[in-house]
Design a protein around this ligand. Structure first.
Ligand SMILES: NC(=O)c1ccc[n+]([C@@H]2O[C@H](COP(=O)([O-])OP(=O)(O)OC[C@H]3O[C@@H](n4cnc5c(N)ncnc54)[C@H](OP(=O)(O)O)[C@@H]3O)[C@@H](O)[C@H]2O)c1
Length: 333
């Protein structure tokens, strides 16, 4: 079945003055970025990057116009790619969606089959998009930490930006993987929910001071950091010998001021996490884990709302103000 000649998408553009424009509007099949898989979209999700792109607050799109949505889940309706046939259920996260090519906030999308993943057994579309880029990033963080020697018996792992998408999923995945998990959050009113996800201790980031010496008393064996800037700088001072810090976010700022002391005295490792361009074989392996041994047990509780494309803009605004709670999934069509 071909993609219909016209359909709707959340299209992001800027006018001749460079003014940001974005709305759910009609577009034609000819306008879509090319790809060897034609997909009818069922679900997408809202990530911090989507909020930056959808509001024009961050330079995410490299060319205009493009459909927003860095995540997508849907059914193949036409394929010229080996290994995919109409009726297959597929997902894609990152991989240039809403950056260099049209993304998932659209009734139809053309995907490059090199980046498409068959929906793993054990996940439906909504669960896959509750995970989406956020869950994949949490899994990639833990994978890289463990490749670098992190084990549960080294001690607790702390998660920052704990109530957000990556943070809440990281807590639930770490807990399932056998780690003692601590949470740092700016929302004390959500501490009970964070405990429900598996955090045994919750710390209010507004009352947290991690010292100002290059090395302070070590508090955690590892960290998954969504915040960056002063909080990440503080974490480098307090991670135990041979611990790992997975740096995945910048919700609090993109700078990092630290010293080499944690690295050369304690052997701490700072691991860079980029979910967007992860090689496909590792991507497939991690999605299998997300559907199996690392599948978050509280996925339903982390999916805080299922919205329509018309409801995207208030969710973007809330996210950019630091108000995120769990994951927002977008039902398309
Ligand atoms: N490297 C990658 O591949 C990758 C992939 C996905 C996301 N990311 C990045 O990871 C971060 C989290 O993404 P997300 O989708 O989980 O976003 P999110 O759902 O909006 O969560 C962000 C969380 O960070 C905390 N936060 C917000 N503003 C803050 C501030 N000014 N100072 C300190 N903490 C603040 C809040 O948690 P509390 O209120 O609980 O503290 C918020 O819930 C973003 O920076 C995003 O760009 C990176």
């Amino acid at each position: 079945m071909p993609i219909p000649s016209t359909f709707k998408a959340f299209r992001i553009d800027h006018d001749v003055q460079g003014e940001h424009q974005a709305e759910w509007q009609s577009m034609t099949a000819e306008q879509l970025s090319d790809g060897d898989l034609s997909v009818q979209v069922h679900y997408s999700s809202v990530n911090y990057k989507d909020a930056l792109a959808g509001t024009g607050s961050g330079k995410i799109l490299r060319n205009f116009p493009l459909n927003g949505g860095i995540d997508v889940a849907g059914e193949v309706i036409a394929s010229t790619a080996d290994g995919f046939v109409p009726g297959d259920k597929v997902i894609a996260t990152g991989c240039g969606l809403s950056e260099t090519r049209d993304g998932g906030y659209s009734e139809y999308i053309k995907l490059d089959s090199r980046w498409a993943i068959s929906l793993p057994d054990g996940l439906d579309y909504q669960q896959a998009m509750t995970l989406g880029t956020a869950g994949f990033t949490a899994a990639l963080s833990l994978y890289r930490m463990e490749i670098n020697g992190q084990t549960p018996d080294m001690g607790p792992v702390v998660v920052t930006g704990a109530t957000g998408g990556v943070g809440s999923l990281a807590i639930n995945i770490l807990h399932k993987a056998g780690y003692e998990v601590h949470a740092i959050s700016g929302k004390p009113e959500q501490f009970e929910w964070l405990r429900h996800l598996g955090a045994s201790q919750c710390v209010d980031r507004h009352h947290l001071f991690l010292g100002d010496q290059p090395l302070e008393s070590a508090a955690w064996a590892g960290a998954i950091d969504n915040v960056g800037d002063q909080l990440l700088s503080g974490l480098t001072r307090v991670i135990k010998p041979w611990g790992n810090i997975a740096s995945c976010g910048l919700a609090g700022g993109h700078e990092l001021h630290t010293t080499v002391m944690p690295f050369i005295i304690r052997g701490v490792s700072l691991l860079g996490i980029n979910s967007s361009n992860c090689p496909t074989p590792l991507r497939k392996q991690l999605w299998q884990r997300l559907a199996g041994q690392w599948k978050p047990e509280q996925l339903d509780s982390i999916c805080k709302r299922v919205i329509s494309p018309a409801e995207l803009e208030p969710v973007f605004a809330e996210m950019l103000e630091g108000g995120s709670l769990g994951r927002s999934v977008v039902r398309i069509g």
